[in-house]
Design a protein around this ligand. Structure first.
Ligand code: PBG
Length: 324
């Protein structure tokens, strides 16, 4: 026999050995389920590019909130799909807007058993599909949008959101939302900041999920996929502005940033396993080209291994029931 002092294979020999030396574990409480709640539909509506994910009615969503709580998930991240969109996204501010109603429904169903988080962004509510309001030249107006985000954050806190998630990549968004919440006595509402959010092709199916017809692209506010240092700058700013949790999005192509953000800060780090990442696995699995269950587990394990404390994934409920 060859004299080899080191044989790493010894620690891979049996399932029991592998279990013992496993470095990364995922538990249900680290998973957050993104959900779409639509106005003006009678039945849950399938999203064709995201097999297994639906636009919920308010009623079907209530059942899903209860199930998420029973499964021990960390939370739900709610997105509203309004029936009517307009230039300023006014449906985001009204207490009877679909997202604010969904937040209130969720709190009524689960109380504090499950964290109710809400997307704080205008793209689901605007007819042009941008994350902010436009100026006279059709550009996304940063500071005018901040004023709307402050109002939107308040509406979500009043509806009962535990955490709000500013995701529009406007400069100063975390700070204005924090100030508005504090001024209104909502100092207990936390901010999960979309800190490093990239202008990504992997949000494709999300557009169908929220009935968005985006005109143009988001490159004047979301980050260039080529840039990593820029994300560190965004991180510093979000922390100074008062972010409680910071997020990297998408996840799979950006695991280097998950790891870097994890190293640089001591606040919890979240990563968003986005719609296109979901769709790729589902589509390949449907063709029989990959083992679906293993691919899902490997995906989420890899995001955790890179350093994410919290993973937002459309597979959250399924994974949690498997982990039981
Ligand atoms: C913005 C928002 C988007 C996603 C989450 N929040 C779309 C975008 O920024 O273009 C995408 C999530 C996904 O693709 O799963 N409201």
């Amino acid at each position: 026999m060859t004299n080899l002092p080191h044989r790493p294979r010894r620690l891979r020999a049996t399932p029991a050995t592998r279990r013992l030396v496993r470095e990364t574990h995922t538990v249900a409480s680290q998973l957050v389920l993104p959900m779409f709640v639509a106005e003006g539909i009678d039945e849950p509506r399938p999203i064709s590019s995201m097999p297994g994910v639906v636009q919920h009615t308010r009623e079907s969503a209530k059942k899903a909130y209860r199930e998420a709580a029973e499964l021990g998930l960390g939370g739900v991240m709610l997105f509203g799909v309004p029936e009517h969109k307009d230039a300023t996204g006014s449906g985001a501010l009204r207490p009877d807007g679909i997202l604010n109603l969904a937040i209130a429904d969720a709190r009524a169903e689960v109380g504090d058993d499950l964290l109710v988080m809400s997307d704080l962004c205008l793209d689901e509510f605007t007819d042009h599909g941008h994350c902010g309001v436009l100026d006279g030249q059709g550009r996304v107006d940063n500071d005018a949008t901040l004023a709307v985000y402050a109002q939107m954050g308040l509406a979500q806190a009043q509806a009962g959101a535990h955490w709000v998630g500013p995701s529009g990549m406007m400069d100063g968004q975390v700070g204005v939302v924090r100030s508005a919440l504090d001024a209104a006595g909502h100092d207990d509402v936390a901010i999960i900041a979309y800190t490093a959010k990239y202008a990504s092709a992997f949000y494709g199916p999300f557009r169908e999920a929220v009935d968005s017809s985006l005109q143009g692209d988001r490159r004047t506010y979301q980050q260039d996929p080529a840039n990593a240092r820029e994300a560190m700058r965004e991180l510093e700013l979000d922390l100074v502005e008062g972010a409680d949790v910071v997020m990297v999005k998408p996840a799979l192509g950006y695991l280097d940033l998950v790891a870097k953000v994890r190293e640089r800060t001591d606040v919890p780090v979240a990563a968003y396993n986005v719609s296109g990442e979901y769709a790729m696995v589902e589509a390949a699995a449907a063709q029989g080209w990959i083992d679906r269950d293993r691919a899902i587990e490997e995906t989420v394990t890899s995001i955790r291994r890179a350093g994410a404390d919290i993973v937002l994934t459309y597979w959250a409920a399924e994974l949690a029931s498997r982990l039981r």
